[in-house]
Design a protein around this ligand. Sequence first.
Ligand SMILES: Nc1ncnc2c1ncn2[C@@H]1O[C@H](COP(=O)(O)OP(=O)(O)OP(=O)(O)O)[C@@H](O)[C@H]1O
Ligand SMILES: [Mg+2]
Length: 398
Amino acid sequence: MDPVRNPYAPGAGQRPPELAGRDRELQQFDVVLERIARGRPERSLVLTGLRGVGKTVLLNALRSQAIGRMWGTGKIEARPDQSLRRPLASALHMAVRELTPRHRDPDRVDAFLGVLKAFALRSAGDDAKLRDRWQPGIDVPAATGRADTGDIEVDLVELLVDAAGVARDVGVGIALFVDEMQDIPPADVSALCAACHELSQQGLPLVVVGAGLPHLPAVLSASKSYSERLFRYVRIDRLDRAAADRALVAPAEEEGVTYEPAALDALYEATEGYPYFVQAYGKVTWDNAPTDPIGADDVRMAAPEAQAELAVGFFGSRYERATPAEREYLRAMAALSDDTHGVVPTSDVATYLGRKPSSLSPARDSLIKKGLVYSAERGTIAFTVPHFGLYLRRHATV
Ligand SMILES: Nc1ncnc2c1ncn2[C@@H]1O[C@H](COP(=O)(O)OP(=O)(O)OP(=O)(O)O)[C@@H](O)[C@H]1O
Ligand SMILES: [Mg+2]
């Protein structure tokens, strides 16, 4: 098939040609937006799931929904060891800029921007040189006495409450999207939860929508016990058979291309409905299929190339980020997990490697920090990357 017309989109955060199997989440979020705009109490959504299941893509789709309702929006991608202050200030700045043209009182907007600037400048600490190096790009002078204590919890509550007030003036809300939410440093997570709590108590129209790895709920409840009442956790999983078929068939149809049923059987067997794999196999199969319709043989012929591409782009790039000690840990996990998404007791890893569990903690902790593994339950460990165990058993020798 003509590679120029290939519709599939494997890649982190790449918008799929067909967002399959996520109608329920999109509908849920519509209700959330509507209720919050009316000042009704509502839990925000937090999407959790393994690598490559489509969290980022769905988060972007939810953002589009908010934009469609004329809300102000901003997005950040959290990183370990990076304070929320700067990225959050930028995201909020963007959200408020979207509302400014509709606001009737420019002084009130400027007052908020002054508070935002004061909040942002606090990230430089008391070091004047650092302060010079980073300017939030806000033209009004920094305010004093609000959101500028340096205590992130106090400051964030004040800042988000004020931002929500500006949105309410315009009759809309603000939605802030936080990707890789599990990476927010503990003090900042705690502050963010506290701010959301305050906003919901006051019925103010600002929501924080998160996405992250499966242990994100544990991260949030470790920081604030009431986080379960703030967020509705939505597990984003692999696509069921019907949705996976739709993800493949609908984009092909647009190009006048069809699949034989046996080809779809073979594709589901290979991908198990994991969205990243669906796109990767779909793309290679398309390029290799000589004629329409695409048949099971075309899938079989394409499979080695699809696997090779995943080995480099999806698995290999992650494995390469691991140190030798971490790789040893990963390989032990792979040897011990018999199915594709198995959870392994950490004590088994230690036994397998003939080591004391405590001596393996540094490797395990840094693998968690790198987002390669997660611990959903005490004493267990699992891959964040689907089929990673399979990949390691097949490929990794060093
Ligand atoms: N609902 C869907 N239907 C079809 N394809 C999808 C769907 N969701 C995501 N994809 C595809 O899957 C791939 C991965 O998506 P995305 O980057 O959003 O995953 P992720 O969960 O954010 O992964 P990571 O944890 O690595 O950030 C992309 O190529 C995207 O096009
Ligand atoms: Mg992502």
